[in-house]
Design a protein around this ligand. Sequence first.
Ligand code: ADP
Ligand code: MG
Length: 218
Amino acid sequence: MIALTIDVTLRQQSFELQVRDTSSVEVLGLFGPSGSGKTSLLEVMAGIRTPDAGEVVVDGRVLFSSSAGINLPARDRHIGYVPQDSLLFPHLDVSGNIDYGVRHGRAEGAHRSTLIDILDLPDLLKRRVQKLSGGERQRVAIARALMTQPAVLLLDEPLAGVDRARRDRIVPYLLRIRRELHVPLIYVTHDESELNAVADRVLQLETGRVVKAGPPER
Ligand code: ADP
Ligand code: MG
């Protein structure tokens, strides 16, 4: 469970994102057509984009507040972000990609083993990333993002580049992250059946505004 306050106004040329929502969630889904502002909202949360006004609070930590003059840099936000076109390092194998940017102690080693188990990566560790399927790549990108033990993980349409049959096989990994790791997710998707499977609250966006908010079945 994570307490989220999202109050964001972001203007970019003719587009204006204006999202206001407060919730306690395990998985918050963001749903809406292309260009509705889903990626922009994730980038605001991650600290890649600075809103014009508003507030972003995650479990009581103020990440951004225009009124208080707070804007934490991305590296201090404890947020994991897997962008839509998440790139793996081609010169490293799967194992090297998972470890990228993380210094190892004993605690990290145990956490790493758990992630490798949950995302079903044991047989892929020595594999070159060019030899991975789309779904395998996404699992590696997710493991890499989770290595830093983020307070929340942002996933931007992680299944968009994956065909239907494989997509049906990756949803269970997201459920395992939710159930076994207790890492809250903010999850962007076009697919209603995925939302029903993983989200406990959904914000439906259209042209930068929330047009519906609630549990996915509504
Ligand atoms: P979604 O992820 O829902 O497809 P985006 O957040 O990527 O939507 O885009 C929302 C709107 O913002 C679109 O109209 C897009 O063209 C515009 N946009 C995205 N990035 C930029 C940018 N860097 N500068 C100006 N406009 C942008
Ligand atoms: Mg997008």
